[in-house]
Design a protein around this ligand. Sequence first.
Ligand SMILES: [Mg+2]
Length: 377
Amino acid sequence: MMKISEIRLYLLSAPLQEPIGNALVFFSSRQTLLVEIVANGLSGWGEAWVGPAIAAAAIEHQLARHLVGKDPTSIGSLWQVMREANEGDAVMPAIAAVDMALHDLTARAWDLPLWQLLGGARRDRVRAYASGPFFKPGGHPYRNFHRDIDSYLAQGFRAVKLRSGYNPKDDVEAVLKARRQIGSDADLMIDFNQSCTARRSISTVAQMEEARLLWVEEPVKPTDLPGYRLASAHIATAIAGGEAIFNPAGFLPFFADGSMDILQPDIAICGGLIGVSQVAALAAMYNRPVIPHVWGSTVNFHAALHLVATLPSHRAGGAEPYPYIEFDVGPHPLLDLVRPELDENGCVPVPAGPGLGIDLKAEVLEPYVVDRKVIAA
Ligand SMILES: [Mg+2]
C-alpha cells in the first residue's frame, strides 16, 4: 500500500511588469499555493490560487492530519473525510488543492494519464479560447485591445473573451471592433466580472447584437440570483458563470431556475476534480455545458484540460462543439512554468503521459517562493 509521507506547501508570488485588470480590480502579481503530496518516492501536484495563504493554513491545521500516513489512492474517501471534518465553504480551495494532488499522484503511481483515471477521454485535443485582453491601468483601459487580439490570432487562437464592463458606450464599441478584427468565423465572448446590475447588462448586450457573442459571463454577482434570472430572461445570448462559487451545491439554484447556461466551476476553488465532477454530473442531467474556469498556474490549467477531455460534447453555438478550455493569455509566469502548447487550429493537445502529464520540478518554483512548509509524519 502507498503511504503519504510528506505534504509540501509552496506559496508563490510572481510580480507582473504591468498590472492587468477587469472591470472590478487590477492585479500586479500572480499569486498561488502549490501543494506537493509525496508518497513512496512519487509526487503529485495540486493548487489553490484564491486566498493561497488561507488555503496553506487550512491544509496545515485542518487537513494534514487526515492525510499523512494514509493511502493517497483512496481519493474519494479522503475527500469525504476532509469534507465531513470541515463544514462551510472556506476550506474548499484547500480541499481542491489536495484533491488535485491526490489525483495526479494516483495516476502517476498507476502510470495512467489523469483523463484515464477520470474515466477516459472523449477527445485528444481541446479548443482553447484566449481569455483576454485585459484592461490596462492609467488611461483608457481598452487602448491595447487591438494589439493584444492581433497577437492571439497570430498564436492560433480562434476564440477570444474580452474583459468588459467599463462603461456601456466603450464596451459596445470595443466588442463591435473586436468582431470586425477577428472575422465572422471565430468565437467572441465577453466577461463582465460581476460588474453590472442586471438591467445594465441587458441594455449593454442589446447594443452588441451585431457582434454575435457566444456568451456573456458573470453579468452580476453570484449572490444576485434575481439578477441572473432577470438577465437570462432578457439576454438572448448564453449566460456563463460560477467561477466564484466555492461549493458544488452553490450551483443548485442556477440549475433549478435555468438562469446559467454555461457552468464555470474552478477546479482550484470548488472542491477539486471531485467537486467539479459533482457539478458536471448535474450539468449532464440538465444538458448544460461545463467549461471550467482557469486563472491559476500550469497545475490548475492541466487539471482542467484533463477533465475537459472527458466531458460530453455540446453543439451550443460555438464554431466547434463545447467544451472549450480557458487559456489565460495575460502575462503569467506561473502558467509559463510548463507553458501549454497551442496548435495551428487553436487547440491544446491533451497530454498522454502519467498524471497531469507535466514534469514540474520544485526547483523551477524557487524564484517565486515567498513562503514554504513541509508537513511530515
Ligand atoms: Mg470570468
